[in-house]
Write a protein of this length. Sequence first.
Length: 327
Amino acid sequence: MATYKNSCGVFVLQMMVVALLCLHAQGQGLKIGFYDKSCPHAEKIVSKVIDEVMAVAPSLSGPLLRLHFHDCFIRGCDGSILLDTPTGQTEKFAPPNLSLRGFNIIDRVKLALEKACPGVVSCADIVALVARDVTVATKGPFWEVETGRRDGKLSIITDLRNPGLPPFNANITTLKQSFALRGLNTKDLVVLSGGHTIGTSHCSSFESRLYNFTGKGDTDPTMDQNYIARLKLKCKPKDQTTLAELDPGSFKTFDDSYFKLVTKRRGLLQSDAALLDDPETRSYLVQATSHGSTFFKDFGVSMVKMGRIGVLTGSQGEIRKVCSKTN
């Protein structure tokens, strides 16, 4: 965390410290099997729907995993990413979230749960369970998801300004600060970045690395030049629509190949490449490509930690009947 000498900076630092202190108490009220009595088949229902979706649309695995991350990093894991308003001023419509997909799948899961157990399972818990189940469906690890979250009633587009989601062009200092602010450490940062083993990204998210890195029509010198040449065949300047695989060749399979790519300077986003700029994250990159890799186990642990950020439990919030609107 940076230190600041001016009064405004001191205030910002104090606010960050307060936020960190609050995070230590987060996760209270969550537990494994929260719905065992109130909706005993809840997790099976979620898993069944996701298996059906993945059978016909496996490319949604990455977006559905990202939904949990984008939800938890703003206002905590309270389902606020799902809310709509007539004015379109919710988190969903902030620039970093415009590429998110899979909201209709969350609605489909919610509808199935409402038929079985009306008004019982929160949308925030659905997002967490779906993240686990798409990981499993793409041959990734299984972990026990703590449940008991309740849904928030607010979703404000400006909440993504500061501190917002770490941008795709973030350096390692920004990434570490963003994660620390939410109670996640450097290991969590590199482990959760491994979620980029599935999914895609718009060319616009890394275009500058290919065509105008420093404003002089140059390429990013930290990226493998052969990889740049391949990407230029797919992504032309100003391309806003084309998607590129975050983990070429296995972007529908949850595995450790993302880490191999990053170590070869073929991380697609600057935030991926930044993992080479810190001794701890770089060490993990190497370890994750070895026979002694603990990535699958670590991913579940870090996902549980992330799932505790800013949760609402007990009598806080509500259980939405429809995920896109408050009751």
